[in-house]
Design a protein around this ligand. Structure first.
Ligand SMILES: NC(=O)c1ccc[n+]([C@@H]2O[C@H](COP(=O)([O-])OP(=O)(O)OC[C@H]3O[C@@H](n4cnc5c(N)ncnc54)[C@H](OP(=O)(O)O)[C@@H]3O)[C@@H](O)[C@H]2O)c1
Length: 343
């Protein structure tokens, strides 16, 4: 049955995910809210939605069953908790929350009230990442030894992404996507992290402290992982890939191109997944089906609390110049991730 979805936020990702929800044919957008009325109105016109507001609380008038939240992270926690309080299911465009405390509260309420909450990591729904997961876990590349990821993005210093308070910091905003979340999905949780960061290009007051970061992680199954990520990427410098090296071969993913290259038996083979179904649409579809219990989300609060914990441990390690242990287990002792690769 078609679900009524309200959208909070009218920026870039609100557009991407609203289109993805509409493309499933299983949703209508019943209302839109943004910080400013003009922004909400412009977006509402684009998607032919009649109700738009400059205060998200007015969306209650549109009787949604679920809400898509696409706002800066300092505003996000309050909005998500309010939406849950209304009894709505929530698709969050970004990380689950800006703190472990808020993430745990969201999880507690979602479990108590039987509401679907899904964080925004679409990688787990992409055919390209699915192919990497298969390659890493089917044993054809031997035992995984090391993961090396690079995620450089040309951040806009005038945007909220560059504001430490609004974003919650670069590790939370950027590194959870690229690529803490999919790496945890494939290989399980990190045990500890040693990370370093610098701030070279934009150093104004209130701007992010970890502009560029290198984090070395020890994963649960004796795999080591080196992640480089940051908001400096001049021109065409390549900077968006993840290599999984095994004892018998390797697989490298280029998520921007939707391609993977598999190295085995002295050769290299590249596969292109760009004709596959869009990951945002797959995620939107699963979210909508999960509301009626017909499917299961892959970025549940119990699962993505781990991403928040890892990001905040990276940040703490940078600040304190110390190795930090990370406990991704839930408070009931369960591990949210079943490592695909056994010890
Ligand atoms: N999956 C991915 O690949 C991906 C990529 C990038 C970002 N993200 C995530 O997507 C989310 C949204 O990012 P974005 O790039 O779309 O941001 P954006 O373009 O800057 O848009 C942010 C929107 O939030 C609205 N807003 C701010 N404070 C608000 C409040 N208190 N109440 C209601 N609306 C408020 C703004 O309203 P005004 O327009 O009125 O100012 C704006 O429309 C973030 O969580 C981000 O981490 C995901």
């Amino acid at each position: 049955m078609t679900k009524r979805i309200a959208v909070i936020g009218a920026g870039n990702m609100a557009r991407v995910r609203s289109r993805a929800l509409l493309a499933t044919g299983k949703a209508v957008i019943c209302g839109v809210a943004a910080r400013t009325g003009s922004s909400a109105q412009k977006f509402a016109q684009e998607i032919e939605c009649e109700a738009c507001f400059d205060d998200f609380r007015d969306l209650a008038r549109t009787s949604p069953e679920a809400v898509l939240v696409e706002v800066p992270h300092d505003a996000q926690d309050r909005i998500v908790l309010w939406a849950l309080d209304q009894g709505w299911h929530v698709l969050i465009g970004g990380c689950l929350a800006s703190s472990v405390c808020a993430a745990e509260e969201i999880r507690r309420i979602a479990v108590k009230d039987g509401l679907v909450v899904e964080a925004g990591y679409e990688a787990r729904y992409s055919a390209t990442w699915e192919a990497v997961k298969r390659r890493v876990t089917d044993g054809s590349l031997g035992k995984t030894v090391v993961v090396r990821s690079v995620a450089l993005w040309d951040g806009d210093p005038t945007s909220w992404y560059y504001q430490e308070q609004a974003s919650g910091g670069m590790p939370l905003t950027h590194m959870t996507y690229c690529f803490i979340n999919p790496i945890r999905w494939i290989l399980g949780n990190p045990l500890c992290v040693s990370a370093f960061a610098n701030r070279i290009k934009h150093t104004g007051k209130g701007l992010i402290e970890q502009e560029t970061c290198v984090a070395n992680l020890q994963l649960d199954n004796n795999v080591i992982c080196s992640m480089t990520a940051g908001f400096i990427k001049p021109g065409d410098v390549p900077g968006w890939s993840v290599l999984f090296l095994g004892t018998e071969g390797a697989v490298e993913i280029f998520p921007e191109d939707n391609t993977i290259t598999v190295y085995r038996d002295g050769g290299a083979e590249t596969k292109d997944f760009s004709a596959e179904r869009d990951a945002f649409e797959c995620q939107a579809s699963v979210f909508l089906e999960a509301i009626d219990g017909r499917d299961k989300c892959r970025n549940t609060p119990g699962e993505t609390l781990g991403d928040v914990r890892v990001a905040l441990a990276i940040e703490a390690s940078c600040r304190q110049r110390a190795t930090k242990w990370i406990d991704c287990k839930l408070d009931d002792g369960q591990s949210p991730v079943e490592p695909a690769v056994k010890r």
